[in-house]
Each structure stands twice: as structure tokens, then as C-alpha cells.
Design a protein around this ligand. Structure first.
Ligand SMILES: Cc1cc2nc3c(=O)[nH]c(=O)nc-3n(C[C@H](O)[C@H](O)[C@H](O)COP(=O)(O)OP(=O)(O)OC[C@H]3O[C@@H](n4cnc5c(N)ncnc54)[C@H](O)[C@@H]3O)c2cc1C
Ligand code: FES
Length: 274
């Protein structure tokens, strides 16, 4: 194991400095941690909830002063996490995994669901590098639109574009975010597509990237246990998402096309249809 991984893998106890209710089901938790403050966009941590579980979470905020995770309440561990108060403590390991590669020029960022969390630090880095960003944010309903104001604030300092879509038309344009991506790709050329969200959405973005000859980077979610490449829980084809990812290029995803967008693994290793 590399020296970095050995250090990052040490469990640290951090105090929750602030909690923000982002949507009815998502809360952001802010904490201070030296290693996380040096994390790169796209990296994730393991959050330990004593007596319950340890779960992977992307860093939604990375700064020298404070870092954050934005957690959707979906099951046992995230429910207990949502009950934590400011001043309570969290166990964390990480940051783990690779990061989004920042390119120059003009890029499209497509996010859906809690996938937005890992795209937030990326957009901040892109804006710092004067990259022209078209951000397409999709959700089923207005209530599920995550980090909208933060994205808006970051992009307002640039000539970046921000388009919001909801499937029920309750906010922004009505429709599926990938349909809007297709419209933009038909009219304009982009130097990179970055995406994170539900796997069927990213699968569609991979098809569009291939059709419009545009490179793609996508951040994947798989079940995780160790986060350091040992247990094999997070495997997709020949890759382990925790070590080889979570960010994969379009070329890499084409190499695991039998699984990407079609199957995930259960904790016992069984293939489960997405
Ligand atoms: C790299 C990575 C980054 C992630 N980032 C975020 C994030 O920023 N915000 C966020 O809200 N969620 C994120 N997730 C998903 C999050 O880890 C799961 O929602 C969480 O583990 C669910 O735990 P639970 O006990 O509350 O739910 P459970 O009752 O265990 O399960 C509910 C659902 O969560 C999935 N899940 C359960 N355990 C895991 C696990 N160990 N790894 C992955 N998925 C799991 C299950 O497939 C199930 O569909 C990320 C996952 C990965 C792999
Ligand atoms: S989570 Fe154990 S190998 Fe990836």
C-alpha cells in the first residue's frame, strides 16, 4: 500500500461544525480535516457511523478552512447520520480514489441526483482555470434539485451557462437532462463532458459522447467496504471503483460495457440488474 493510502486510511474523528438542510432529504455536514482539505475534485471519503455502518460519500466541499459532505437519507446509516447535531463527531477515512482531470476550453457538466456533490468541487476548479462551463442540472422534481444556489453563485462569476431541468416541469425546463445535453451537443462542440448521477443517465451520456466524438469523464458509485482495493465489493468488469475510479473515461467505460449501465454487484457479489 502506498504511503499516501496508509495515511489516508487512518480513521480520524472530526467534529461537525455546521449542518445545512439542502433539500427535504439531503443535509450537508461541514467539518475540518487536513487531509480532506487537500483532496482533489471527485475524491470520496468513508464515513463511520458507530454501531451502524461505514459508507462512502463524495466531498461536496473542499477548502483549507472546511470540507463538507452532502448526504441523502436513503437507509439505515444515512438516517442515523441525519440525526447528528452540530458539535457531534464523525469517523472518517480518506480521501480515496482518483479525481476529475481538468481540461482547457469549453466543457459540459451533466449532473443528476446526489451525483451533483462530486461535481461541485470540479466546477469550482474549472472556473478557477477559466474553463467555459455549460452546467446541466437534472432532477425529478424541484424538491430534489441539489446545490442549485452554490452552482449558480460559482458560475455567475464567469460566462458559464446553467440550465436546470426537472422531469415534472416544476422548475426550470421540463424534461430529462440528457435530452438537453443532446440538444447542446447537436449545436456546439465541447472539449469534455463530465458527468455524475444515476448510472442510466451516465450510460446515456456515454452514448452521446461517442456519437458526438467528445471525450467523457464519469464518476461511478458502487457498493464499497474497504475503499482501498482489497475486498472486491466495488468491482465493475476489470476495474475496482475505489482504486481505479471513481472517475472513469469514456474509453474505460466502453471496456466494461456489459456491466456499466446494466448491472451492479450486491454485497454478496451477485450481479443485480440496475
Ligand atoms: C464513491 C461514492 C460516493 C458517494 N457519494 C455520495 C454522496 O455524496 N451523497 C450521498 O448521499 N450518497 C453518496 N453515495 C451513496 C451512499 O454511499 C449510499 O447512499 C449509502 O451508503 C447508503 O447507506 P444506508 O445505510 O443509508 O442505506 P442502505 O439501507 O444500506 O442502502 C440504501 C441504498 O444505498 C446503496 N448503498 C448501501 N451501502 C452502500 C455502500 N457501502 N456503497 C455504495 N452504495 C451503498 C444501496 O445499493 C441501496 O440502494 C456514494 C457512493 C459511492 C460509492
Ligand atoms: S471497496 Fe474494497 S476493493 Fe473497492
Amino acid at each position: 500500500m502506498s504511503a499516501y493510502l496508509t495515511t489516508a486510511n487512518h480513521l480520524r474523528i472530526v467534529k461537525i461544525e455546521n449542518i445545512k438542510q439542502e433539500t427535504p432529504t439531503v443535509k450537508s455536514f461541514t467539518f475540518k480535516d487536513k487531509l480532506c482539505s487537500k483532496a482533489r475534485p471527485g475524491q470520496f471519503i468513508m464515513v463511520w457511523i458507530p454501531d451502524v455502518d461505514e459508507v462512502p460519500m463524495s466531498l461536496s466541499g473542499i477548502s483549507p478552512h472546511a470540507c463538507s459532505i452532502s448526504v441523502k437519507k436513503v437507509g439505515e446509516a444515512t438516517k442515523v447520520l441525519h440525526q447528528r447535531k452540530t458539535g457531534d463527531y464523525l469517523g472518517i477515512r480518506g480521501p480515496f480514489g482518483n479525481d476529475f482531470r481538468v481540461v482547457r476550453g469549453k466543457v459540459m457538466v451533466v449532473g443528476g441526483g446526489t451525483g451533483i456533490t462530486s461535481l461541485m468541487p470540479l466546477v469550482e476548479s474549472l472556473v478557477k482555470e477559466n474553463v467555459e462551463v455549460t452546467f446541466l442540472l437534472g432532477a425529478k422534481t424541484k424538491n430534489e434539485l441539489l446545490l442549485r444556489d452554490r452552482i449558480q453563485t460559482v458560475l455567475s462569476k464567469t460566462k458559464g451557462r446553467f440550465e436546470i431541468t426537472t422531469e415534472d416541469g416544476g422548475y426550470g425546463s421540463e424534461g430529462i437532462v440528457t435530452e438537453f445535453a443532446e440538444k447542446y451537443l447537436t449545436k456546439e462542440k465541447f472539449d469534455m463532458i463530465y458527468t455524475c448521477g444515476p448510472e442510466p443517465m451516465m450510460h446515456r451520456m456515454l452514448q452521446l459522447a461517442s456519437r458526438f466524438h467528445t471525450p467523457l469523464q464519469a464518476s461511478l458509485e458502487r457498493l464499497m467496504r474497504c475503499a482501498i482495493g482489497i475486498c472486491g465489493t466495488c468491482v465493475i468488469g476489470k476495474f475496482r471503483v475505489c482504486r481505479d475510479g471513481p472517475v472513469f473515461t469514456g474509453e474505460q467505460l466502453s471496456e466494461v460495457k456489459e456491466e456499466f449501465g446494466h448491472f451492479k454487484r450486491a454485497f454478496d457479489g451477485r450481479k443485480v440488474k440496475l
